[in-house]
Write a protein that binds this ligand. Structure first.
Ligand SMILES: [Zn+2]
Length: 137
C-alpha cells in the first residue's frame, strides 16, 4: 500500500520538530540518537540518517525504509535502524520512535543493562538491544 504522502510529510515535519526540541534540551548531543516515523498503512518508515546533527534535521534529510528493511534512495540510515524495526514489530500501534541519548537514559541503560529497567510499561531501547548491537539483528 502506498502511504498517504501528504499525511506522511506532515508526520515527517512533526518528527523533525521533535528532534530539534530534543536537541535543544541536550538529549541528542553531537550526532547521537535517532528518530523515525512509520506510516501504519504501508509499513514504510522515515528515519534519520547516520551522522546527522538532530538540531538541523529537516524532512529532506530523512531516509525511507520499506517494510522489508531496504533503504529507498541514496544515503546511510542510522546504525540503529534494525532497533526501530524490532520495536515497530513489537508495537503495531507505535507510529514514531524518538531515541535520545540524554545523560540520564544513558546512565539508566548502563545501570540496568540486564533488562531490569521498565518505566510505566515503556521499555528503554537499550533494554531490547544495546546501542550498536542492533546491526546483528
Ligand atoms: Zn542509541
Amino acid at each position: 500500500m502506498v502511504p498517504d504522502t501528504q499525511t506522511f510529510q506532515l508526520e515527517a515535519e512533526a518528527l523533525c520538530a521533535a528532534a530539534q526540541w530534543c536537541y535543544a534540551r541536550g538529549w541528542v548531543p553531537a550526532t547521537s540518537g535517532n528518530f523515525s516515523v512509520r506510516d501504519s498503512a504501508s509499513g514504510r518508515i522515515l528515519i534519520s540518517p547516520t551522522g546527522l546533527d538532530k538540531g538541523t534535521m529537516t524532512p529532506v534529510d530523512l531516509l525511507e525504509i520499506d517494510p522489508q528493511g531496504r533503504v529507498e534512495g541514496a544515503g546511510k540510515p542510522s546504525a540503529e535502524t534494525a532497533l526501530h524495526r524490532v520495536m515497530y514489530g513489537d508495537r503495531p500501534d507505535a507510529r514514531a520512535i524518538l531515541h535520545v541519548h540524554s545523560i540520564w537514559n544513558t546512565l539508566l541503560s548502563a545501570r540496568f543493562s540486564e533488562g531490569l529497567c521498565t518505566h510505566r510499561g515503556l521499555r528503554t531501547a537499550e533494554r531490547l538491544v544495546r546501542c550498536g548491537d542492533a546491526r546483528s539483528r
